[in-house]
Write a protein that binds this ligand. Structure first.
Ligand SMILES: Cc1cc2nc3c(=O)[nH]c(=O)nc-3n(C[C@H](O)[C@H](O)[C@H](O)COP(=O)(O)OP(=O)(O)OC[C@H]3O[C@@H](n4cnc5c(N)ncnc54)[C@H](O)[C@@H]3O)c2cc1C
Length: 252
């Protein structure tokens, strides 16, 4: 993403407006019981340049006829087919999963982007990635594009075994799935306890901590207490009970 730097006028840095896309549904199907994949194309899709982990802001239809902004990660791109895919967690009857369930070939949706800073810092000696179901698209896409020799520690919170997916990666990694069982998704000590037990290896690492905002914040604080610098942690709240769309910067 391009940043306009402050000039001599002393104006604050400004990001240029995000590019707009008219996406067209090609296909949609469940990849597992609680996750629906929508395959999309656009006449100008060949111009979409993004980094794995970045998202699009989708203009999702709302019940009253308006649209609302919802951030969704680009799960993959197939340049030969001219398509991208997006995976929607079916967490309830809220606007985004409702749209994904109903999406049929030929439907269109407006989008802006790509945006987001949860992207690989390839210069790091090791990588720590954590998240919940909403982060599987970002974590899986980052891992799938990691090259031989990169070392990654990965912890993903899901309800149970049925939500686990196979992730193909050349990196030196083992994904640990953390089951919350019957507990609802959302604020909990589960992932911060996992990070409490994590021993950062030697070398300079980078942590990508995403998911429910309070869980992201707890893990971030745990990592800082373990000695990671703030510049070694990319953290972003993907959702939060009661929050409608949007995203939370977690920088404290
Ligand atoms: C950068 C970024 C990338 C993201 N990528 C993805 C992605 O690839 N796939 C994906 O599924 N999500 C992703 N998310 C999360 C998604 O944008 C939010 O979950 C969003 O709020 C869903 O919109 P909605 O219409 O379902 O619910 P909203 O109308 O936004 O919210 C309605 C209610 O549902 C609750 N809610 C929202 N999401 C969840 C959830 N996951 N579990 C439980 N309750 C929830 C809210 O707290 C609120 O109370 C991403 C978020 C960000 C910031």
């Amino acid at each position: 993403m391009h940043i306009t730097h402050a000039g001599t006028t002393g104006q604050p840095r400004q990001r240029p407006p995000m590019r707009s896309w008219t996406l067209r549904v090609v296909d949609s199907f469940d990849v597992e019981p609680n996750m629906r994949r929508v395959i999309l194309t656009a006449d100008d899709i060949g111009q979409l340049a993004y980094k794995p982990g970045q998202a699009l802001v989708l203009m999702i239809p709302l019940p009253g006829g308006e649209t609302g902004r919802r951030d969704y990660t680009i799960r993959s791109m197939d340049p030969a087919a001219g398509t991208i895919s997006i995976d929607f967690v079916l967490h309830g009857d809220t606007p985004a999963p409702t749209w994904a369930r109903a999406a049929r070939p030929g439907d269109t949706i407006e989008a802006k982007g790509p945006r987001g800073g949860t992207v690989l810092r390839s210069e790091a000696d090791w990588h720590l990635l954590t998240g919940d179901e909403t982060c599987i698209p970002a974590i899986a896409h980052i891992l799938e594009t990691m090259t031989v020799g990169l070392k990654a520690f990965v912890f993903i919170e899901v309800a149970g075994k049925q939500a686990e997916i196979a992730i193909d990666t050349k990196a030196d990694t083992a994904v640990r799935w953390v089951h919350r069982g019957d507990a609802p998704p959302g604020p909990s000590e589960l992932m911060s306890a996992v990070i409490e037990d994590f021993s950062p290896p030697p070398g300079r690492g980078h942590a990508y901590i995403i998911g429910e905002t309070s869980n992201v914040r707890r893990q971030r604080h745990t990592l800082i207490a373990k000695g990671l610098g703030r510049d070694q942690i990319s953290s972003e709240g993907y959702w939060r009970p009661g929050r409608i769309g949007g995203h939370d910067h977690v920088e404290d």
